[in-house]
Write a protein that binds this ligand. Structure first.
Ligand code: FES
Length: 122
């Protein structure tokens, strides 16, 4: 059954503004919402190389100078808009996406318990 996760949101957030949140009914897995050049994106905080959190649990996955999401284990760099790994051992793989809808000043994430990956051209 889908779980709705409401998060406060503002379209005025600066680029790279990030909110980490728990994914219910997982063993500590998190997701994150990030403001990108194409608006907000929501991804699962899990690298595509090894099944570890991108941030190694320190809450920081965004690298402002490069405008990339970075995995702290081996330095993979993901495009924040597409979720695709552009440099690193998982090059070409894509972060797991979390669908959402915007309602007033909130983003409602839908978590169905599945790790979903869209294809490169989606
Ligand atoms: S675990 Fe993320 S790049 Fe290796």
């Amino acid at each position: 059954m889908d779980i709705q996760i409401p998060l406060a949101y503002s379209p005025d957030w600066p680029l790279g503004h990030l909110v980490l949140f728990d994914l219910p009914e997982t063993q500590g897995m998190k997701g994150f919402l990030i403001q990108t050049l194409k608006g907000p994106r929501a991804w699962v905080n899990k690298c595509r190389h090894w099944p570890v959190p991108l941030d190694l649990d320190d809450g920081e996955v965004y690298h402002p100078p490069s405008h990339k999401i970075i995995c702290k284990s081996h330095g993979a760099r993901y495009n924040p808009e597409s979720g695709i790994c552009e440099i690193g051992p998982c090059e070409g793989e894509r972060l797991h996406i979390l669908p959402y809808k915007i309602v007033d000043q909130e983003i409602i994430i839908t978590w169905d318990g599945q790790l979903t990956q869209l294809g490169r051209d989606d």
